[in-house]
Design a binder for this molecule. Structure first.
Ligand code: NAP
Length: 361
């Protein structure tokens, strides 16, 4: 990080009984976590002590006192050398985040990340490293915002066989499509409104093209089916060619359009069908009722039948809920050894099948 490194010493009292926490990346998500952990409604047993950001000096100056007086640095090594137990990683993209997560685990820290790229591309190896190090790596915030789908698949449904997953996993696409549905506006107008209200990047192509949802779906396939699938291998169809007329047609058919991430696994054949596409959804079903930056999922299981989840899919506060839940899970049992998942390759990976293509628009 910075050639002229920057570090301030915080004056927050160190409480040896509390779990000490540091944050890497003070953007939308990191800031929301910092404010929750230092706010008027503090979380028992957790003490945020360090913040690392490549522009630490600028960011520190813009914080409320309770955050500004923590120890700030622009060198990740300062987090590694500190007495923090858990590093919350909230920077974008795989690189250099994967190196930081690896270094944190090797330095004996547990890690909570909201970074889908790190987990989709490197999760398997990092989770194995965490197990070897006797530390934990948790990532609820990487998929579904406040919707606890990682826990649902990894823990709650561990006694079942998941057969199929269908989900809305990208808040930006859902904001754009539900805006077009509600107002009849063009895709460009809906994108402009989503940008203005902070729900889309100026270039939302990764969201609309399904790249973001495919990375999240790859993570969920590992949890649900125990299979290893590269995000780039998942069939994606773009939402960026949807015209207002498509909604008129969908309405005549008795439904609307949403970007759906779909995965179904045949255990006997080891065949995975996985795709992300703008899809016709009938009125009255869960997905047709999901508007704006919400996420939703229907998980179909062999024994438990169908389960449904929905919730705020993005945004700092929603992601902070998932992150803090992970931090608390580690803090409750810092010595727990969490076995890394054993993922196997799929024999046959299929995209949109003939039966599902009729629903893609
Ligand atoms: N925003 C959401 O709703 C949401 C929801 C769930 C998950 N996530 C994931 O959470 C992560 C953070 O998202 P975000 O929206 O908070 O991003 P963001 O607003 O862009 O914040 C990222 C922060 O990390 C800093 N940073 C970037 N690279 C760094 C590095 N190498 N070393 C130190 N600091 C670095 C950035 O500095 P600069 O200001 O200089 O860029 C910025 O302060 C991403 O992986 C994202 O996919 C986001």
């Amino acid at each position: 990080m910075g050639l002229n490194s920057f570090q301030t010493s915080g004056n927050s009292p160190g409480d040896a009984n509390r779990c000490h926490v540091g944050i890497l990346g003070m953007g939308t998500v990191g800031t929301a976590v910092a404010r929750r952990l230092t706010g008027s409604d503090p979380i028992p047993h957790l003490q945020l002590t360090h913040i690392c950001d490549r522009r630490a000096r600028d960011k520190q100056a813009r914080q409320p006192d309770a955050v500004a007086r923590l120890t700030w640095t622009d060198r990740f090594d300062d987090l590694l050398a500190s007495d923090i137990d858990i590093i919350i990683e909230t920077i974008p993209g795989s690189e250099p985040a994967v190196d930081y997560v690896r270094a944190a685990l090797l330095a004996g820290k547990s890690v909570v990340t909201s970074n889908k790229s790190v987990i989709a591309h490197h999760g398997e190896k990092l989770l194995a490293l965490a197990e070897r190090q006797g530390r934990q790596l948790r990532f609820e915030g990487a998929v579904g915002g406040a919707m606890p789908i990682v826990r649902a698949l990894g823990d709650g449904l561990a006694g079942d066989h998941v057969l199929k997953l269908q989900a809305i996993l990208n808040g930006t696409s859902n904001v754009v499509l539900s805006r077009m549905e509600a107002t009849g506006c063009s895709l460009d107008e809906a994108i402009a409104e989503a940008c203005a209200s902070g729900f889309a990047e100026s270039d939302p192509s990764e969201d609309l093209d399904g790249v973001d949802a495919a990375a999240k779906l790859a993570i969920l396939c590992g949890l649900a089916f125990g299979v290893r699938v590269a995000p780039a291998a998942i069939d994606t169809r773009t939402t960026s060619r949807i015209a207002p007329t498509a909604f008129a047609k969908a309405k005549l058919r008795g439904g609307t359009i949403r970007q759906i991430a779909h995965a179904a696994f045949d255990r006997a054949q080891r065949r995975l069908e996985a795709w992300v596409a703008p899809t016709f959804v009938p009125s009255g079903t869960l997905f047709s009722t999901i508007h704006g930056p919400m996420n939703a999922a229907i998980i179909s299981c062999a024994y438990a039948g169908d389960l449904m989840l929905s919730g705020q899919g993005a945004g700092g506060d929603a992601s902070a809920v998932a992150i803090i839940a992970d931090v608390l899970a580690i803090a409750r049992d810092r010595a727990a050894i969490v076995p890394a998942p054993v993922l196997t390759p799929v024999k046959d990976l299929q995209g949109l099948s003939d039966s599902s293509i009729a629903e893609a628009v």
